[in-house]
Design a protein around this ligand. Structure first.
Ligand code: G3P
Ligand code: CA
Length: 375
């Protein structure tokens, strides 16, 4: 098992070029202790929808590679099928990532939760990736299926070398009344709400107290998650605008004159410091052990949102005794920037690159691992 709980602060101070005095800030020590107490690696490598740069998101190819690279967590967006099965899919719609338009043309615009699991399992959730990213395409991605939560747990448990944890988002929870209760039952049935009893040595990430982290953008879902699973670490995801923090400006994107959404988002801020602090207080009061803010990326792009990891924001979060896991970052320049700003972990589509940045490179390349796993 990699040394993810012990020497991380020292290692990070070296790779970020900080002075020794800076590396020994009291807040660093406090955050390291908080993460350790929760069984959460710091800094944490959170494989966003699996290794989703390299393989179709939220499929077995993406999750097995993320696991075998040594990612700390497999991230997923949780939904529930028409017949009550929990599964992982980011979008409400099946159109972007499956061949629903071919298999169910008359229902192609229906939400994913209007399909039974048997119907969802007939869909090809891999070929879209080959068309979108020909340079990373593989014939074996054709026909990959949507995965149930149970199947992702099977993947997490299947490696003798490394058991990653699960980082589960209640997606659009208002569409799924009772999802938090169903999730508790599903995790409990698989024994994932308790640490694994290890005979000797430190438990791995996916065996200890922090083996599951629950995340949501919805305050109401955080409350329900806390009620159902009070002992499981939780993260409140942060956003500015509808459903999130009140913004400093009501000017819409179309009226803003900005050339793209990333430029527009980069200028949006929480209304004021007090608004940001109110969200932190809500998170803390409802059981969250941290927040999941967005970031503005150096090169922009469709993952570039509001800069909610400014040093004062991270310091304020730390001062309230909470961790910061930022989404979603794939480039070394951005890794360095957010780490220097003080975050405690990163959601990434490129777990291989983040592990290299943290000086925890996998022994095999992504291509070698894909081939080893039959892709
Ligand atoms: O869950 C953190 C991050 O994944 C939030 O964004 O839209 O990719 O779920 P999204
Ligand atoms: Ca997510």
């Amino acid at each position: 098992m990699p040394d993810i709980f012990g020497k991380s602060a020292l290692l990070l101070s070296l790779l970020l070029g900080m002075s020794g005095a800076h590396a020994a800030r009291p807040s660093d020590t406090a955050q390291a202790e908080l993460a350790k107490a929760q069984g959460i690696p710091r800094p944490a490598v959170i494989a966003h929808r699996g290794a989703s740069f390299d393989a179709p998101e939220s499929t077995a190819a993406a999750y097995t590679v993320a696991r075998d690279l040594g990612a700390d967590y497999l991230e997923m967006d949780l939904q529930r099928s028409k017949d009550g099965v929990l599964f992982a899919l980011h979008d409400n719609s099946l159109l972007r990532t499956t061949d629903v338009a071919t298999k169910f043309p008359e229902r192609k615009d229906s939400p994913a939760n209007a399909f039974t699991m048997a119907e969802l399992k007939t869909l090809d959730a891999g070929s879209w990736f080959n068309a979108a990213y020909p340079e990373r395409a593989r014939p074996s991605y054709k026909g990959l299926q949507i995965l149930t939560l149970d199947e992702i747990i099977d993947i997490a448990e299947a490696s003798p070398q490394h058991t990653p944890g699960l980082y589960i988002e209640t997606k659009e929870p208002k569409q799924f009344p009772g999802l938090e209760h169903d999730l508790k039952n599903a995790l409990s049935k698989r024994g994932w709400l308790q640490p694994v009893t290890t005979v000797s040595g430190e438990p791995g990430v996916g065996q200890g107290k922090g083996r599951v982290i629950l995340q949501t953008f919805e305050k109401s879902s955080l409350e329900l998650l806390q009620k159902e699973m009070p002992d499981t670490p939780k993260i409140l995801l942060l956003w500015v605008g509808e459903g999130g923090m009140a913004p400093n400006s009501d000017v819409s994107f179309s009226d803003s004159g900005e050339k793209d959404k990333a430029a527009y988002y980069a200028k949006q801020q929480p209304k004021d410091k007090a608004e940001f602090l109110r969200w932190l207080d809500f998170a803390k009061a409802h059981g969250a052990i941290g927040t999941g803010p967005s970031a503005a990326l150096a090169a922009g792009g469709d993952q570039s949102y509001f800069d909610l990891v400014q040093p004062w924001m991270n310091t304020a979060t730390h001062d309230k005794g909470m961790l910061v896991h930022v989404y979603t970052i794939d480039e070394p320049a951005d890794f360095k920037h957010v780490m220097q700003s003080g975050v405690d972990g990163i959601f990434t589509n490129r777990a291989s690159e983040l592990l290299k940045f943290y000086q925890r490179p996998a022994p095999l390349t992504v291509n070698q691992l894909l081939e080893k796993n039959g892709y």
